[in-house]
Design a protein around this ligand. Structure first.
Ligand code: ADP
Ligand code: GLC
Length: 477
């Protein structure tokens, strides 16, 4: 049995801002089926400490980046958690990354350095007798783990470190004058380790310090090594080409199951989706219409291509299509979407974060839109597949790997599950809307698409095996 310490800044259902939380929350159960024992270390944010069941103190730090801290163990929401309870860093209102005004916390570097330091401490000393065989860190918030593992083990870490990139856009950089404060070794502040254009980069520390790097789809693994998608880290990743693999995310098949979903009128066949569509139209104040009801559930950021959607929308609306959108994020996008809804009876927008509504939308939509400029994996298209809600996606990253475009050949082979567009422009998206509407207006073909979609394996089985294989290569090598 391999014991794995998973380290991340989010974990569903306790704390979530995006897909990272879903993945970190689902991995332990998926890995348990293969005989790995995974425990998850996350920050003890105020809201997380409130949810923790019977927390038991297992490590204390007299001072950790500016104040006393401790690690508590708890079994909460079925997860074996280690929480870094450091009130000076995490006992705050706001989100994991932003203060109440929406700005990054000024001390984010120290907050997640502390998380990484605690992980390295557990790698070196265990926690209450539990000693991991491997540390698996996620994104820049866990990037400094290998640096601290070196430091705490005098240059000879006991166990390997695996680093998963969920999104290369976030580097976790801070100024070089923080070296001492962050307990980083000055002699390692070089381009081989964690120096990035004169700054300290937690992401780069993870990329250079990990024994193996994974990312969340094979296409994104390739894209990461190109200047277009690598966000400045493509050279670092090309140098580590032989240690980089793509392992596509799965979804939790119990949480996302149209046959048992408590938020919806459950269904097993796509024909029975209609009642959910009618309910969703009513909930969003949309009338009945001839075209497909498209849904979108997303953070509203540049990455997600919302501006492209706004420009391309006439192609959908002109065919009697509708849009129901749920999201929150960039203020200018929120304003633009409100305006769009005010001008069009067939567009409805909810600004906010609402897990239950997301379920009702994915059940009630005919199609789910993911027009991202880049998308390491993407999860909502996977929910769409499972719910027979046809994904219309940009041809990039995990969207390229998980959707089979309804080309004439794929339709003829009964393989198609959705619609993809490329290049990622408003024009190509407009054309994709036209194709979507054509397919929708051919009910027999649409029904085949829906059934194909619902048959796709979107759980964790294959990917958990890939992680298991990687863990055993590292622990046995
Ligand atoms: P990312 O991690 O880049 O945001 P993913 O598609 O991997 O993109 O994951 C997003 C996750 O967050 C999904 O589980 C999605 O349902 C959820 N989500 C995003 N925005 C909202 C929202 N406004 N309300 C409810 N769920 C949301
Ligand atoms: C990131 C990516 C998203 C991916 C998620 C989980 O937030 O933007 O594509 O699905 O991580 O890996």
């Amino acid at each position: 049995m391999t014991r794995v310490l998973s380290v991340a800044s989010e974990c569903a259902p306790l704390v979530k801002t995006g897909g990272l939380a879903d993945v970190v929350g689902a991995l332990p159960a998926a890995m348990a089926q293969l005989g790995s024992e995974m425990r998850t270390l996350i920050p003890g944010y105020r809201s997380v400490m409130k949810q923790a069941k019977k927390p038991r103190e297992v490590i204390t730090f007299d001072a950790l980046f500016g104040g006393p801290a401790r690690v508590v163990m708890t079994k909460t929401a079925g997860l074996d958690l280690l929480l870094l309870d450091a009130p000076h860093l995490f006992d705050r209102a706001g989100t994991p990354y932003l203060d109440e005004s929406g700005a990054d916390w000024a001390d984010n570097a120290a907050r997640f350095a502390a998380l990484s330091y605690a992980a390295a401490h557990i790698a070196q000393n265990g926690a209450d007798g539990w000693c991991p065989d491997i540390v698996h860190g996620h994104d820049w918030q866990a990037g400094l783990v290998p640096e601290y593992m070196h430091r705490l083990a005098d240059g000879h870490p006991k166990i390997p470190f695996v680093f998963t990139v969920h999104n290369i856009a976030f580097h976790g950089n801070c100024a070089a004058d923080q070296l001492e404060v962050l307990l980083l070794d000055e002699w390692r502040f070089t381009a081989e380790h964690f120096e990035f254009w004169g700054q300290i980069s937690a992401l780069k520390a993870g990329l250079t310090g990990a024994q193996r790097i994974t990312t969340v789809s094979q296409t994104y693994a390739e894209e990461l090594m190109t200047p277009e998608f690598g966000m400045g880290m493509d050279g670092v990743l090309r140098a580590r080409r032989n240690d980089l693999t793509g392992i596509v995310n799965g979804i939790d098949l119990d949480v996302w199951n149209p046959a048992t979903d408590p938020e919806i009128s459950p269904y097993k066949t796509p024909r029975a989706k209609g009642v959910n569509k009618a309910a969703l139209q009513a909930e969003f104040g949309l009338a009945q219409s001839d075209g497909p009801l498209c849904v979108l559930v997303s953070r509203l950021t540049e990455q997600k291509g919302i501006d492209l959607l706004i420009d391309a929308l006439p192609a959908l609306l002109g065919r009697g299509g509708q849009l129901a959108l749920l999201g929150s994020g960039a203020a200018q996008l929120e304003v633009a979407l409100h305006e769009l809804a005010a001008q069009n009876d067939n567009v409805a927008v909810r600004i906010g974060y609402d897990e239950a509504l997301a379920h009702r939308m994915i059940a009630g939509g005919d199609a789910i839109l993911v027009p991202s400029r880049f998308e390491p994996c993407g999860l909502t298209q996977l929910y769409g597949l499972r719910y027979g809600t046809i994904p219309l996606v940009a041809l990039t990253g995990g969207l390229a790997d998980t959707v089979i475009n309804a080309s004439p050949a794929a339709l003829a082979m009964n393989a198609a599950t959705g619609v993809q567009f490329s290049p990622i422009t408003a024009e190509a998206l407009s054309n994709a809307f036209t194709r979507l509407c054509d397919l929708y207006q051919a009910p027999k073909t649409w029904g085949i698409l829906q059934r194909n979609a619902m048959k796709q394996p979107v759980g964790w089985e294959t990917s958990a095996k890939a992680y298991g294989q990687l863990y055993s290569e590292l622990t046995q090598g």
